[in-house]
Design a protein around this ligand. Structure first.
Ligand code: NAD
Length: 256
């Protein structure tokens, strides 16, 4: 019997690197898994990569669009009849530039995905979970949701907002025994970090990676699996008395 036996889990940004590795872990723990992402093409590739671990349901949706979010929640209910775990994880990094060089459009684009997307997910999934009287939501923030740093102001703003949404939702949902927590990874060895490193310095991306790594006491970036292990714990009943908490998975970065 797996740690998520009998559960139905939705993962947004499910075709992305952290989403897919988390799906792999969830499938290995006997969960049913639904991946949400922007395009059928991305989702088909993720489905094929995950085939050795089990079958996933995939639904194309833009998390910034209310009708898409309502639709994916309805479709999961039609197909599976329950939602036990919601990994509210889709996110974008935005442009790497000083605050004064960020355009209003760049700012709004990041907030649309990272804040409105997280809000809409909560707005449509929580009523299902609250009616069930059970469920666990894990919102993906970042160490950038707990600290400032240069050149990523829209991203940092958006990830701090995820903390506010998590706390507000946790307090409201607790009466229905639904839990809401946020996770705060340090840099993870993924496409997103390659994009950020190049954004800092296209010519010296490796040097930037070394500099970022120096800030992490355990001396390396996180792997997607490090993040997925934490998500699995928060998704499972092992964390049944934990809600409204901000969990770092940061190799000690926050202790400096
Ligand atoms: N990679 C890191 O270093 C790192 C560190 C801390 C936090 N995070 C956060 O972890 C989450 C996942 O990041 P990742 O590294 O897997 O990135 P990724 O780019 O590999 O995956 C993100 C996924 O979200 C999807 N997505 C983007 N906009 C969407 C939208 N409007 N609707 C639906 N799906 C959308 C993308 O298509 C992509 O598949 C993000 O929220 C990110 O901010 C990442």
């Amino acid at each position: 019997m797996g740690r998520l036996s009998g559960k139905v889990a939705i993962i947004t940004g499910g075709a992305g690197e952290i989403g897919k590795v988390t799906a792999e872990k969830f499938l290995s723990e006997d969960s049913k898994v639904v991946l949400i992402d922007l395009s059928a093409e991305l989702l088909e590739k993720a489905k094929a990569d995950l085939a050795p671990y089990g079958e996933v349901l995939t639904i194309e949706a833009d998390v910034t669009k209310e009708a898409d979010v309502a639709n994916y929640v309805n479709r999961v209910m039609e197909k599976c009849g329950q939602i036990d775990v919601f990994f509210n994880n889709a996110g974008i990094e935005g442009k790497v530039a000083p605050l004064v060089e960020q355009s209003v459009e760049d700012f709004d684009k990041v907030l649309a995905v990272n804040v409105r997307g997280v809000f809409l997910g909560l707005k449509y999934v929580l009523p299902v979970m609250m009616k069930q009287g059970s469920g666990s939501v894990i919102n993906t923030s970042s160490v950038a949701g707990l600290h400032g740093s240069p050149n990523l102001s829209p991203y940092i703003t958006s990830k701090h907002a995820v903390v506010g949404l998590t706390k507000a939702a946790a307090v409201e949902a607790a009466k229905a025994k639904v839990r809401v927590n946020s996770i705060h990874p340090s840099p993870v060895d993924t496409r997103m970090m390659r994009s950020i490193e190049t954004g800092f310095s296209a010519d010296h991306a490796e040097f930037i990676q070394e500099e970022f790594t120096k800030a992490i006491p355990l001396g390396r970036y996180a792997e997607s699996a490090d993040v997925a292990s934490l998500v699995l714990f928060l998704a499972s009943d092992e964390s049944s008395f934990i809600t409204g908490v901000q969990y770092r998975v940061d190799g000690g970065m926050g202790s400096r």
